[in-house]
Design a protein around this ligand. Structure first.
Ligand SMILES: Nc1ncnc2c1ncn2[C@@H]1O[C@H](COP(=O)(O)OP(=O)(O)OP(=O)(O)O)[C@@H](O)[C@H]1O
Ligand SMILES: [Mg+2]
Length: 798
């Protein structure tokens, strides 16, 4: 810091001038021009300071930085538009102590010269390194800087080198100002070093990225070019005919498919996208698959108009395929008749409910045949994922439409018969609720616009005839609400024999290539097969056994074995192996505590043995046999009922505290549930307490209340069929179920004697082999103590 001085000031909008650099400036502001004119009259030196904000037109002291550069005007040129071009040379760093406004209106300031400090050997080395770095940077950024670099090398003062480089750096104004304000040379050089380093790495990175992008571009262009060439070669070879390339053939198919407007627009826009894609790319495959699906879906093709259904022919076909099932066929015909009149599929959807093997699925097929519709089937068993029904969005790799749309494509027409098998087996979990998608498909109000995630456009399902099947009525309530349930309860023995003779045997003979005269079956054999080799409501096992017989017969014929020609009751076991079941499950004699109940499961009706035993203990109750909650409660209710009425049944109450009770329902591996074994439980408990045996010829079903009333039960037909299969001659049913007897086949009513009961008393009267004798029981207070201080047994429950 050497001298103080008064000098005119030239504010600079966008440049910082460093000592030892020569810079041209354009000066336009009147005040600045005045300042220049002023200094030209004197020693031509002027203070050059940067403005903090370049936008300020008339800067004051606070608008300029407080450090600047003292400069000398080397040249001044007045341009015709009134502005002035000057060439200035920076001389020294100066500190601006104060700024004054002159009368002549330019700024005048008082300055103090600041010289650089810290010039040492270290700074010299740093400076020469810096020159190399800067050269490298200039080469990288491809600036015409070779002259400048040469000049740099000719400079001897370290401070000048630093300032020259600073002035040439590509950095912001405030950063340059910062460099101007570092007086310590080493520090300034280090700062510059840091800036250059940063700049170099940025430029290198940019270069790398640019290179990569370029490569990518070249690759795509190359692929495009090669593909075009490939096309040209294929055309030359005649593999693609003119105008019949992929895009135009797709666009033809789109138009031919006669889609809905929405679908067509969507397809055409996808096709447009496909055109601009490289044909081998993954995206193009996705779009192509999508278009293939859309084009192949039946959008307008319909089979035979609904109004043309011939009801008589339909009835004939139904009869041809299935024996009996009169009511069900009748209901189906009603349904078809309405369709014929209305011409549209409105109204509830048929749901065939029944045990396995009763012909639900095959009835569905038969309905399709009788109405001339295509038949498609989808099993809902185990479907837990909504996407299986509604499809995945196309963004997923390998996505496909849902099963409904897949089956529609398979059907190839808009109005097939669509069988939704096992609708009671749809489940719900975290992957969404498939039943909600089903609801949309089944609801005639909504299915005009069924939404599949993959297709993205609506598809009209309103012409489809949906038929559903289920084993139980455990169907989700909103689904069940849309269904019209038709029950197929199971077949009687006579019906099964008829089905076997007229349907199963001819079918199996044909399947196994047997001629009629090669098949010799004694008629009574069928009954034996049904009784000893099957135990079912339907006829699937029966069909399997018949098929086994047919198979063995064919084998005997072909191997020319001298096997039996006629299948009779005597040699049946040679064909089918040992008997699988014992016909007639009633007990060999009347037993205490064992009662035959009747149950209804998804396999149809079944016999349920209920056993109870009492043993010395403390009044504990044990229930075994894998019973469900409801059945366990029903055992407890039965016990409470017996206890509350014990005197009427001839039971002396203390027994309930002195004995343990055990109720068991054998075949412990199969789960059992439901309240309908109530009266059987009561009977069993009373029998085991009183020791009176139960009539083995009686089976019973009915729920029991705590007051001893017998309540209505479900599945009467199935239960009676089960009793019939087991060869039980007498069945007790609730009085309220009397109305259901009209539905029971006559041959069952002929073979089983049915008694209706209203109260437990009636049950006991019929089921126990001896009458119960009530006991009289009088509560006496203050029972006198006996000599040995023992309570009399009768008083101990008090
Ligand atoms: N009434 C009948 N007349 C002729 N054949 C019958 C009859 N009932 C069932 N069948 C035959 O029994 C076999 C089994 O029927 P199907 O497969 O339709 O049973 P399902 O009720 O669908 O059983 P699941 O509940 O196990 O699916 C079929 O071959 C069918 O032709
Ligand atoms: Mg089925």
């Amino acid at each position: 810091m050497t001298s103080e001085n008064q000098k005119p000031l030239l504010p600079l909008r966008d440049i910082v001038i460093f000592p030892s650099t020569v810079v041209p400036l354009f000066v336009g502001r009147k005040k600045s021009i005045k300042a220049l004119e002023e200094v030209m009259k004197t020693d031509k030196s002027i203070v050059l300071v940067a403005q903090k904000n370049p936008e300020v037109d008339d800067p004051k002291e606070e608008d300029i930085y407080s450090y600047g550069c003292l400069g000398k005007i080397l040249q001044l040129l007045k341009l015709p538009d009134g502005t002035v071009k000057v060439l200035v040379e920076g001389l020294e760093r100066v500190k601006i102590n104060s700024v004054k406004k002159e009368e002549k209106k330019y700024l005048n300031c008082e300055i103090q010269i600041v010289s650089s400090t810290g010039d040492s050997q270290e700074s010299k080395t740093l400076a020469s390194n810096l020159i190399k770095k800067f050269e490298k940077l200039s080469n990288l950024s491809k600036k015409e800087a070779s002259d400048f670099a040469k000049n740099l090398k000719s400079l001897t003062s370290t401070s000048h080198i630093a300032d020259n480089i600073s002035s040439n750096l590509n950095i912001q104004l405030f950063e340059k100002q910062h460099l101007l304000e570092i007086f310590d040379l080493t520090k300034r050089l280090e700062k510059i070093y840091e800036i250059i380093e940063k700049e170099t790495s940025v430029i290198t990175m940019e270069k790398k990225i640019r290179g990569r992008v370029k490569n990518q571009m070249e690759k795509t262009q190359r692929e495009y070019y090669l593909n075009e060439q490939l096309k040209a070669i294929q055309k030359e070879l005649g593999e693609i005919e003119e105008g019949k390339d992929e895009v135009s053939s797709l666009s033809n198919s789109i138009l031919k498919a006669k889609m809905t407007k929405e679908a067509q627009t969507k397809c055409l826009s996808e096709l447009k996208k496909l055109k601009s894609m490289s044909p081998m790319s993954a995206e193009a495959t996705v779009v192509r698959n999508y278009l293939d699906w859309m084009v192949e879906l039946p959008w307008h093709i319909k089979d035979k108009k609904l109004e043309n259904i011939d009801l008589l022919a339909a009835k004939k076909i139904l009869d041809e395929d299935h024996f009996g099932l009169e009511k069900i066929k009748e209901r189906i015909l009603e349904y078809l008749a309405v369709q014929k009149r209305v011409g549209k599929m409105k109204g509830a959807i048929l749901c065939l409910v029944g045990p396995p093997g009763v012909g639900k699925t095959s009835l569905g097929k038969s309905i399709a045949r009788s109405t001339g519709r295509k038949f498609v089937r989808m099993s809902l068993g185990g479907i837990r994922d909504e996407a299986e029904i509604r499809g995945h969005r196309r963004t997923y790799i390998g996505s496909l439409p849902g099963k409904i749309i897949q089956q529609m494509k398979k059907a190839g027409t808009k109005n097939p018969l669509f069988l939704l098998d096992e609708i009671d087996k749809v489940g719900t979990d975290y992957r969404g609720d498939p039943s909600s998608a089903l609801l949309e498909a089944l609801d005639p109000e909504q299915n005009i616009a069924f939404n599949d995630h993959y297709l993205e456009v609506d598809y009209d399902l309103s012409d489809v005839m949906f038929v559903t099947t289920a084993n139980t009525l455990n169907i989700l309530p909103p689904l069940l609400d849309r269904l019209e349930v038709i029950r197929i309860p199971g077949y009687t023995e006579d019906e099964k024999i008829n089905i076997a003779n007229n349907y199963l045997i001819p079918k199996q003979l044909k399947n196994n290539g047997l001629k009629n005269d090669e098949w010799n079956l004694d008629q009574p054999v069928l009954k034996d097969i049904i009784r000893s080799y099957t135990k079912e409501s339907g006829v699937r096992n029966l069909e399997r056994e018949i098929s086994k017989l047919a198979r063995k017969t064919v084998k005997n014929i072909l191997t020319k074995e001298d096997g039996d020609k006629v299948i009779s009751s005597k040699n049946l076991s040679k064909f089918l192996g040992v008997k699988k079941f014992n016909y007639g499950e009633k007990e060999s004699d009347n037993k205490v505590g064992i009662v035959t109940g009747l149950a209804w499961t998804e396999h149809g009706g079944e016999i349920l043995k209920i056993e109870s035993a009492i043993m010395p203990g403390k009044g504990k109750m044990q229930i075994t046999g894998k019973l469900g909650d409801v059945m366990q409660e029903s055992v407890k209710a039965a016990k409470s009922y017996v206890r509350s009425k014990s005197l009427e049944f001839g039971i002396i109450p203390p027994i309930f505290e002195k004995k343990d009770f055990h109720v068991h329902v054998p075949e412990g591996a199969t789960p059992k549930d439901g309240p309908s074994a109530g009266i059987a439980m009561v009977t069993s408990i009373i029998s085991s307490i009183t020791g009176i045996p139960v009539d083995r010829n009686i089976a019973m079903t009915g729920e029991v209340t705590l007051r001893g009333h017998v309540l209505q039960i479900g599945g009467l037909k199935e239960k009676l069929l089960a009793a019939h299969r087991a060869g039980i001659p007498k069945v007790l049913i609730p009085e309220d179920n009397k109305k259901d007897l009209v539905e029971i086949p006559k041959d069952i009513l002929d073979k089983i004697q049915i008694s209706t009961v209203k109260t437990v008393d009636e049950v006991l009267k019929l089921a126990l082999t001896k009458e119960l004798k009530p006991v009289e029981w009088i509560e006496v207070e203050n029972i006198p103590k006996t000599k040995n201080n023992e309570k009399p047994t009768a008083g101990s429950t008090h």
